[in-house]
Design a protein around this ligand. Sequence first.
Ligand code: PMP
Length: 308
Amino acid sequence: MPPLAFFKGKFVPLSEAKMSIMTHAFLYGTACFEGIRGEWNERKQELYLFRVEDHYKRLFQSCKILNINLPFELEELCRLTVELVRRSGYKEGVYIRPLAYKSSEAIGVRLHNLEDDFLIFVIPFPPYLDLERGVRCMISSWRRVEANMIPPQAKITGLYVNSALAKTEAFMKGFDEAIMLTKDGYVSEGSGENIFIVMNGKLITPPPYDDILVGITRDTIIKLAREELGLEVEERRISRAELYMADECFLTGTAAYVTPVVEIDHHKIGTGRRGEITHKLQKLYLEVIRGEREKYLSWCTPVYSERA
Ligand code: PMP
């Protein structure tokens, strides 16, 4: 079965999903997207898509910022996504990329008087960062884009140049990942992940007003930490020094899952190894997204069987 895409209203082989070099979104970064995980559960022989509805709700919000009229309702988007993955027949972890974009073939920097379209593709996707050993990070010299420049709460393709600059700077300096600060020097987030620290048994994560993308994994971890581990979770400003002093630190994201941070700017975080709370949350999160936790099964959409 060749890889498939949903493109211009139809399911087509990925190799046929092509667009013009004059497409507005390509010329100006005027598209917004989501990244959704599908987790293969070997025991149940089922592929579960995690919090699909919440991802599409966030896509609707991004579309508002970009003046994009999505040609489908929420339910239809979820249904199309499940159908695309089912038709593709994957029995392994996948990454699904829905994209809403300015599809006019037109020159001119603007968001008005342009056509919109929507596509989805799906690819197999192994874990993105090292989940066991953890990652070594640097504080980026690139500041996070602020809300009055391009709203970082929207997942806009053009905005990702900011993340790409930070990621490549980190890579070229021998680190695994970048942590970006806000214009005022507070901790914002990773290039494609939210950040948490553990201090005296409490979880702390930057608030939405510190220019983060409000992650669905972030929300999941906040809920799991409170409900399953009985931990206190605080959303508040974090200074750079607090990062260095934290007992534990980890990144969260659809692609990154829960990734331990073991070093920042050559400072060891805690023991310099994956922390205990990080490990517990990591295990819990993986069980939840694989559909192994009954209580959270409503977050998991099965691809091959109807929801029980
Ligand atoms: N921040 C940025 C900049 C991201 O690209 C992502 C990945 N979507 C996240 C945070 C984490 O968001 P989520 O947990 O919804 O994947």
